[in-house]
Design a protein around this ligand. Structure first.
Ligand code: PMP
Length: 282
């Protein structure tokens, strides 16, 4: 097994230096990316992830130079040639390289596709997670999976410095502080058997896993509310958990507050098992 990377049509060693210094992704974070899970060699929810990749690029006016099918072909090649059975595939479109540097992109730029496959252990037993509230300082177009992750980096770095696994982002919406999502995940709360998560819109990424979990919850007869909730609501919830393409994380602590019993709760467990069944059948 060998982790591999991809740059502009070539599968390469991840350590090979290939990025141009005047690449707009490198200089401005001017690009979009996508990531999905590889579980026992199978790529989970790939069409949904590739569709979001296209939408993200279109939202920034980046016109891909390859089709989604071709990207799927490169993804298959990375899985096959690396021998990575459990891991993550990542691809990004940079708007392209531009010289001399100018904030305003010229119309002749050629987008550059790069990516990699990396190993990630299968999570057999969910690891209890602790998080802390942090103001959501990220941009106001969080629904686009852009490369501008500085706000997320700052929040999770501050959380990690205080010993937390992640931050739970809070920002004012219509004058009220509300919880949006995690720095790398969507956030859910459970209260009296109902599942709550923030609504789609400009302040959170439309998680592919979020959508799947909402679908599974509905199948299981769990009532769902997509609406903004306050930090207090999350702190007083029976359960809180995070979702992203590589993990469902049960949150057992927010700051100094223990959530529910301090262990993964029954609704999380139910959804976790249902998601496991979905992955097994994917
Ligand atoms: N929100 C943010 C900010 C993220 O970076 C991610 C990870 N891509 C998610 C949510 C979860 O999205 P998905 O389920 O599609 O991985």
């Amino acid at each position: 097994m060998k982790e591999l990377a991809f740059y502009d049509g070539r599968i390469i060693d991840p350590k090979e230096p290939v990025i141009r210094v005047n690449d707009r992704a490198y200089q401005f974070g001017d690009g979009v990316y996508e990531a999905w899970m590889v579980d026992r060699g199978r790529q989970i929810l790939r069409p949904e992830h590739l569709a979001r990749f296209e939408r993200s690029a279109a939202a920034l006016g980046i016109v891909p130079t390859t089709t989604t099918e071709q990207i799927g072909g490169w993804a298959d090649a990375l899985v096959d040639q690396s021998g990575v059975a459990n891991g993550m595939l990542y691809f990004q479109w940079s708007r392209g390289w531009q010289f001399p540097r100018n904030h305003v992109p010229t119309p002749d730029l050629k987008p550059v596709l790069s990516g990699f496959i990396k190993v990630r252990q299968r999570i057999e037993v969910p690891r209890p997670f602790s998080v802390v509230f942090h103001s959501d300082e990220r941009q106001s177009f969080c629904h686009i999976k852009t490369l501008n992750l500085l706000g997320s980096v700052r929040a999770i770095t501050a959380a990690a410095a205080d010993g937390y696994d992640d931050a739970l982002l809070v920002r004012p919406v219509d004058g009220q502080d509300v919880v949006t999502e995690g720095t790398r995940s969507n956030a859910f709360a459970v209260k009296n058997g109902t599942l709550f998560t923030a609504p789609l819109g400009p302040y959170l990424l439309p998680g592919i896993t979020r959508a799947k979990i909402l679908e599974l919850a509905t199948d299981l007869g769990i009532p769902v509310v997509e609406g903004y909730q306050s930090p207090d609501f999350f702190a007083q919830a029976d359960e809180v958990f995070y979702t992203s393409c590589t993990a469902l994380d049960p949150v057992v602590r927010i700051g100094s507050v223990t959530i529910g019993s301090g262990k993964p709760g029954p609704v999380f467990e139910k959804l976790y098992r249902a998601y496991g069944r979905f992955i097994a059948s994917a």
